[in-house]
Design a protein around this ligand. Structure first.
Ligand code: ATP
Ligand code: MG
Length: 564
């Protein structure tokens, strides 16, 4: 498959700042970063952040660091670090991987420096060791009250902090706090905790530390240490920015210092996005792992068949703003269809097979009919599709007592078989319980597609597969994982899991599909876009439907199909 370039680079308020900073000479080289906490797999929201940070580095000839924000010793695992790296590479390789500034970095690699910075802050009289419990500290901060330990001498603070580090005190007995202003209107400035005691092994530093830095301290100074110029994060961190700036100023760090910019996170309908919730889905086996194709994780989207280029186009299409909003899932589907319509070769497959016998077609005769691989791409060429007396059509394309204006097959009715002939349904064969098992039809041999007399038109065209030549494949059809547009708003996101989010069928496939490869995407005509699942073996193909051909949910919800 030809890897598509991402949509044209967008402009937004962050890119404008970056361009300005280069123009005015404030920075000569842009350094951004993507700082995931390795406590879960990355999701589509992270993809937005990755495309923004790597996109900026890519467009402005800079660098983007991946930094594992691993300050919490107990919640982080190596499995997550590996998955994060695999997902980031998949998303940016071939596009912006040149801008990957050596990977990955770890906040925990800076623990020594962060400790030295803390000592400096103590020396400047701007931090103190507090003996209050975490609960007392929270309460005092809420009330805007000073701790009794706030005015300890530099000497005592230095001594106690060293002893905290040496492991003399149990968890929760002491913290290091910044000395800012306990009455500040912004609670983040009310003497925030910078270090806490945790006697716990860390996945990266082992038993070396029993004090761990808090997010703001670690994050701000990691940005400084790495020479980040533009520290881009989501809106929740806007209230942290004064603390970010305070830390840089209090330490009187020589320039260049980083600056933080905030944008609205991605929220998508019909999904949950927080790792805490995604972990519950995985652990409680409500899905089949982090890479379940119904999950909006990067691993899930990849397995489902979404390409990195489609995901990047999505991230670029939705844009970067300052205002919280909800993006319709239909926008993602639309972006995928838009790419696959151009790149995917067409094939014939039948998901719910119903046998058709063409009573006037000679037994044993096989014709090789010509089919266009991709009407959107001349270079995709043509292929031969075998046609014979016995076929399969989709059960959904036949109705015994259809409503008016039903243009597919019905008793006495006619329909065109794609790339082939017009057939007429003469007889419906049923089993003892009344289920339709076979249709007996006649074929109009003068009506061959592309033939001299092919001008005769009928209203419906359906897909089919020759029974004698059909291959079998497992096909997994996905629907949205949640029935509610905003599962988070229901108060119990697990109560609105869609019980019909996965349907597995055994399909009949045209022979050319046997040659399918996992890198390629295919349009099964009239059914959607499909990709091979890694569960496929040499003898059995397993297909995932990445996306349907139309926005079926728009119809159900009575709204017009959305456009990006
Ligand atoms: P979650 O709330 O899903 O657990 P998080 O913010 O805790 O996410 P991190 O690993 O800390 O996850 O995120 C790494 C980076 O990805 C951060 O810079 C964060 O701002 C960004 N990010 C996380 N979620 C989104 C989202 N929905 N849209 C855009 N960026 C996001
Ligand atoms: Mg986080």
């Amino acid at each position: 498959m030809t890897e598509l370039a991402v949509a044209p680079a967008p402009t937004d308020f962050i890119r404008e700042v970056v361009a300005d900073d280069l123009r005015t000479g404030k920075h000569s080289r842009i350094v951004t970063r993507f700082p995931p906490e390795p406590n879960g797999y990355l999701h589509i929201g992270h993809a937005k952040s990755i495309c923004l940070n790597f996109g900026i580095a890519h467009e402005f000839n800079g660098v983007c660091n991946i930094r594992m924000d691993d300050t919490n010793p107990t919640k982080e695992e190596t499995e997550y670090v590996d998955s994060i790296m695999a997902d980031v590479h998949w998303l940016i390789d071939g596009w912006a991987d040149k801008n990957l500034g050596g990977a990955p970095l770890y906040t925990s690699d800076y623990f020594d420096q962060l400790y030295e910075f803390a000592l400096e802050l103590i020396e400047k009289g701007k931090a103190y060791v507090d003996d209050m419990t975490p609960e007392e500290t929270d309460e005092f901060r809420r009330l805007g009250k000073e701790s009794l330990f706030r005015n300890r001498s530099v000497e005592e603070n230095r001594d106690l902090f060293a002893r905290m580090k040496a492991g003399e005190f149990p968890d929760g007995t002491r913290t290091l706090r910044a000395k800012i202003d306990v009455n500040a209107p912004n609670v983040w400035l009310r003497d925030p905790v910078l270090y806490r005691i945790r006697h716990a092994a860390h996945h990266h530093t082992g038993d070396k530390w029993c004090i761990y830095p808090m997010y703001d301290w670690a994050h701000t100074l990691s940005d400084y240490i790495e020479g980040i110029t533009h520290s881009v994060c989501t809106l929740e961190f806007e209230v942290h920015r004064p603390l970010y700036d305070w830390i840089l100023q209090a330490l009187e760090l020589p320039p260049p210092v980083p600056h933080q910019y905030e944008f609205a996170r991605l929220n998508l309908t019909y999904t949950v996005m927080s790792k805490r919730k995604l972990i519950q889905l995985v652990n409680e086996k409500l899905v089949n792992g982090w890479d379940d194709p119904r999950m909006l994780t990067i691993a899930g989207l990849r397995r489902r068949g979404v390409t990195a280029s489609a995901l990047r186009s999505f991230a670029y299409n939705i844009g970067i703003t300052k205002y919280p909003s909800m993006t319709d899932m239909a926008v993602l589907d639309h972006t995928i269809r838009d790419e696959f319509n151009r790149t995917a070769e067409r094939r014939l497959a039948v998901l719910h097979p119903l046998k058709v016998v063409l009573t006037n077609y000679p037994e044993g005769q096989v014709e090789e009919l010509e089919a266009v691989n991709n009407p959107e791409d001349e270079n995709a060429g043509k292929r031969k599709v075998p046609f014979g007396r016995e076929l399969f059509i989709d059960a959904a394309d036949f109705m015994e007592t259809p409503p008016p204006k039903y243009f597919r097959l019905k008793p006495g009715g006619e329909v065109r078989l794609k790339y082939a002939y017009i057939i007429k349904c003469d007889e419906v064969v049923k089993d003892s319980s009344g289920n339709v098992t076979e249709l007996r039809c006649t074929v109009d041999l003068e009506s061959k597609s592309g033939g001299a007399t092919s001008n005769r038109k009928v209203k419906g065209t359906i897909h089919w597969v020759s029974a004698a030549h059909a291959g079998h494949a497992e096909v997994r059809l996905y629907d949205r994982l949640f029935t509610a547009g905003e599962p988070d708003a229901t108060g119990d996101f697990k109560s609105c899991i869609n019980p019909h989010s996965l349907e597995v069928v055994t399909a009949k496939c045209e022979p050319a599909l046997a040659e399918a490869t996992p890198e390629k995407r295919y349009q099964f005509e009239r059914l959607g876009y499909f990709a091979l699942d890694p569960d496929s073996t040499a003898t059995k193909q397993v297909w995932n439907r990445t996306v349907t051909l139309k926005d079926t949910w728009a119809k159900m919800e009575g709204r017009a199909p959305s456009r990006p």
